[in-house]
Design a protein around this ligand. Structure first.
Ligand code: SF4
Length: 578
């Protein structure tokens, strides 16, 4: 690398309206790469997981030595647990700041950098700049003027850098390209409640919503597909129903405008290279207050999105006292109406085996006005939805972030959380992915535990086809928004894809076994994973097959002969009637 080159470190982002943890590549990091493309400068894009790998190998220095500058995007204040990548931590940013040569410029930005600064983080070193506003615009200003200043991108720059970023190294050299890389696209900025938004939320601070023109989004997606991407999520939107809505700034519930979203989704779907297409958030009060217009949009989403799509609903609290104290956007009745509406249209199963479109719900602990009974309100709303036979795909329970909120009982929150996991999530999962449900195109991501480890990535044996069916546990997911975690009680080579049938349920994951197995090669471990087949029977089948030198094992008959009735329907599904 020569000394005019830049290193871009993607520390991943997880903001309310921006997601870029693998397999997602976020839009902010792409805009940064877009700026360098625009300036025709040499640069390298690395994810924080690649940096960690180089550090373990002792080869990090060659990436950070003799370069002009480093840009670090840190976009998750309190990194949670993600299956496929872990956002950069404050400790890691500090370590990089120490390690990078003092004459190399360092530019840091993102939601976490702002959050850590508010918490008092103030690293000291020359040539370091912590961007308050847009990281891309700050980099662009530096490249023009040679000095760091806080800057915001203009609408024209937004379009230009989005386009350049879509074919930048953030996509073309991303370790997850082509599959399962999912390109998160920004639809608009801000929230229609910008004049008096929910008190915990940063979106209103961005001012009146700024919508991106349809043509700009289509160009960006087309460019990403040209660069080899296959999956897209239309994110970066606080509510998909209010994109280009009417009455923003005048009405508490602006009227959804189905035309632009219809044009956008139909145009995107005309490109056959696009495989998975999902969206993110929706505001349930907008849906409930404008059912007629919303129905047009909901039908469109069901028709054009891939199955397993989720609309996250920000209810935040079902307690009316908390609702009023925090100027929340949605009442429980509006929420219930919106959940029924999405279920009415989206609950049919699609080709990958999941309901086409379901709502999710976000609930927050620690808001103003929270009291002893707050989580009883939340719990009873969710259980009443369960009793009504409706489906909610994802219940997101989190603590409020930011300053000025009252202290709350964190231990009690853990208890309340557990109650919802046990009494709502578990039965809901059984409804969404029942026993014997077939789920297609599951991509295997981790062995042993639900989080992919460095060894899963670096050691070839995890991808060796020979391990298929040996003892162990494999976890995987389908590509898309909020995918279901699927565990299989034997080894499957990582980064391969298969179809499975659900055999059991955990609270937030399902157990499954692949379909399309072959009686000639099925292993003892795989047989033992089939409901109704124990250790002894599995061993007896394998011994019999060896003894008969495979004779008769071109069908499932010898396995049927050795197993109980309970296993038989499973055998037909798993061996595909072979
Ligand atoms: S509705 Fe409330 S939580 Fe949602 S983006 Fe707007 S202000 Fe934030």
């Amino acid at each position: 690398m020569n000394n005019t080159a830049w290193l871009i470190i993607d520390g991943y982002e997880d903001e309310p309206a921006a997601f870029g943890v693998p397999p997602y590549v976020g839009f902010h990091i792409r805009y940064v790469c877009g700026v360098l493309e625009d300036h025709d400068l040499d640069y390298t894009y690395m994810t924080i997981d690649q940096i960690r790998m180089e550090r373990r190998r002792g080869t990090l220095e060659r990436h950070i030595k003799n370069i002009e500058g480093v840009v670090i995007l840190a976009g998750a204040i309190v990194p949670g647990k993600y299956v496929r990548g872990t956002p950069i931590s404050r400790k890691e940013v500090d370590a990089l700041i120490r390690e990078i040569q003092t004459d190399t410029k360092i530019l840091c930005g993102g939601w976490a950098i702002r959050g850590w600064r508010q918490q008092g983080w103030a690293p000291l070193r020359p040539s370091l700049f912590l961007a308050h506003h847009d990281l891309d615009a700050t980099l662009d200003t530096f490249l023009r003027d040679g000095s760091f200043k806080h800057a915001r991108r203009t609408a024209e720059q937004w379009h230009r850098w989005a386009l350049a970023g879509a074919s930048s190294k953030a996509v073309t050299t991303h370790p997850d390209l082509p599959d399962p890389l999912t390109v998160e696209i920004e639809l608009y900025q801000g929230c229609v409640r910008f004049q008096r938004g929910c008190r915990f939320c940063i979106e209103p601070k961005k001012g009146a919503p700024v919508n991106r023109p349809i043509g700009s989004i289509i160009d960006e997606v087309t460019t990403a597909l040209d660069a080899g991407a296959q999956h897209v999520r239309l994110g970066g939107a606080t509510c998909i129903y209010t994109w280009h809505a009417e009455g923003v700034g005048e009405l508490e519930h602006p009227r959804p405008n189905p035309e632009p979203i219809t044009e956008l989704l139909h145009t995107l779907r005309e490109d056959e290279r696009l495989d998975i297409l999902h969206v993110d958030n929706a505001n349930p009060s907008i849906i409930a207050e404008h059912l007629e217009e919303s129905e047009v949009i909901t039908r469109l989403l069901v028709e054009t999105l891939s199955d397993g799509a989720v609309l996250s609903f920000g209810l935040e609290s079902a307690d009316p006292q908390v609702h009023d104290a925090n100027w929340l956007n949605c009442t429980t009745e509006q929420f219930r109406t919106a959940v029924r509406h999405i279920n009415d249209h989206g609950s049919e199963r699609g080709p990958r085996g999941l309901p086409q479109l379901l709502p999710g719900v976000n609930l927050i602990a620690g808001l103003h006005g929270e009291r002893e009974s707050t989580w009883n309100h939340n719990h009873s709303l969710l259980t009443s939805i369960l009793r009504e036979g409706l489906m909610i795909r994802r219940v997101n329970l989190r603590q409020v972030e930011g300053h000025g909120f009252p202290e709350f009982d964190k231990e009690k929150f853990q208890v309340d959380k557990r109650r919802i996991r046990e009494t709502v999530d578990a039965p809901m999962l059984e409804r969404i992915a029942p026993l014997k449900n077939i789920l297609r195109k599951v991509r295997w991501e981790a062995h042993g535990g639900r989080i992919r480890t460095p060894s899963d990535v670096e050691q070839e044996r995890h991808r060796d086809l020979e391990i298929h069916g040996q003892g162990g546990i494999t976890f995987g997911r389908q590509v898309g928004a909020y995918p279901l975690l699927i565990g299989v009680p034997y080894l499957i080579p990582l980064e391969t894809v298969s179809d499975v049938v659900v055999t059991d349920h955990g609270q937030r994951s399902v157990t499954a076994i692949e379909i399309g197995l072959d009686p000639i090669s099925v292993t003892e471990q795989q047989l033992r994973s089939i409901p109704g087949i124990g250790e002894k029977t599995a061993w007896a089948v394998v011994a019999d097959r060896a003894h008969r030198r495979l004779e008769g094992y071109d069908s499932i008959k010898p396995i049927i002969d050795k197993t109980t009735k309970e296993a038989h329907p499973w055998l037909t599904t798993i061996f595909g009637g072979a």
